[in-house]
Design a protein around this ligand. Structure first.
Ligand code: NDP
Length: 257
């Protein structure tokens, strides 16, 4: 697998914490020679820290470029590829991971700002990133080559009460991903969706507003996944032979109903 990833340029959005951070590290560990990773998020300091951690762990064989990028800001996305240094422009793998949840509310109480934030980040942000990177993939070979790996959620398949907006954003990711996969069927651009179940990250803290008893109730009898568990699946999918598409994967912790 390491050989297949060698020489590639990977882009991970939302890499300042959780699954995205683990994913950048897992790519570096799996292919520690001749790999480039662009890590993006709003918190540049955390990205710089991640770059330092990767360098410490695997040395100079992996070049990491931290870039401050808010995926909910279309102007920033438009400017993203043109402002990359030349050696990082030939992106091979896009991991659309940036996402958030804000507020748990029954339908009558949904806050318009929270709703817009979730849709602008989880859906429009993911689509805008895809549009920004697709031209790079499309000009490669005949018809194109590259990997788009979208992080959805079990919430996109099984909505829960009070989470209507977050669940709707992840259902939208799912529909968009499947539609895109069909659009690109004649190319070597692989479109992949990985849907995590419960993963313990900063996301979980936000979701439960730091309320440990609420978290304990949701996690009752379940040992949540770690970011590393999802990262391993992402890197596995990207490391397959070109003819193999791990198109749609649900990753649960044992015992999650
Ligand atoms: P974290 O909160 O730890 O990570 C979310 C990442 O997204 C952070 O790096 C954050 O960086 C980034 N992000 C949020 N908003 C933006 C934005 N506007 N622009 C750029 N980056 C942004 O949570 P997870 O690692 O758990 O979440 C990663 C993905 O996994 C999300 O899409 C989430 O929906 C999904 N998921 C998570 C599950 C879980 O149980 N944890 C379950 C199923 C799916 P910064 O704040 O620096 O911008």
């Amino acid at each position: 697998m390491a050989k297949r990833l060698e020489g590639k340029t990977i882009l991970v959005t939302g890499a300042s914490s959780g699954i995205g951070k683990s994913t950048a590290k897992e790519f570096a560990r799996t292919s520690p020679k001749n790999l480039k990773i662009i890590v993006t998020a709003r918190r540049l300091e955390a990205l710089n820290q991640l770059a330092a951690e990767i360098k410490e762990e695997v040395g100079d064989g992996v070049k990491v470029l931290p870039v401050k990028l808010d995926v909910s800001n279309p102007a920033e996305i438009k400017n993203f590829v043109p402002s990359l240094p030349a050696e990082f422009k030939e992106i091979d793998v896009l991991v659309n991971n940036a996402g958030l949840v804000k507020g748990v509310a029954q339908a009558p109480d949904i806050d318009a700002e929270d709703m817009n934030l979730m849709f602008n980040t989880n859906v429009t942000g993911l689509i805008n990133m895809t549009q920004a990177i697709l031209p790079i993939f499309k000009k490669r070979d005949e018809g194109g080559r590259g990997d788009i790996i979208n992080i959805g959620s079990i919430a996109g398949r099984e909505p829960y009460a009070g989470g209507g907006i977050y669940c709707a954003t992840k259902a939208a990711v799912r529909s968009f991903t499947e539609s895109l996969r069909k659009e690109l069927i004649a190319t070597r651009i692989r479109v992949i969706e990985i849907d995590p179940g419960q993963v313990e990250t900063e996301f979980s803290v936000v979701r439960f507003y730091g309320d440990k008893s609420k978290a304990d109730a949701v996690y009752k009898g379940v040992e949540p996944l770690t970011g590393d568990d999802i990262a391993e699946v992402v890197v596995f999918a990207a490391g397959r032979r070109e003819n193999v598409v791990i198109a749609d994967t649900l990753v649960y912790p044992s015992h999650q109903a």
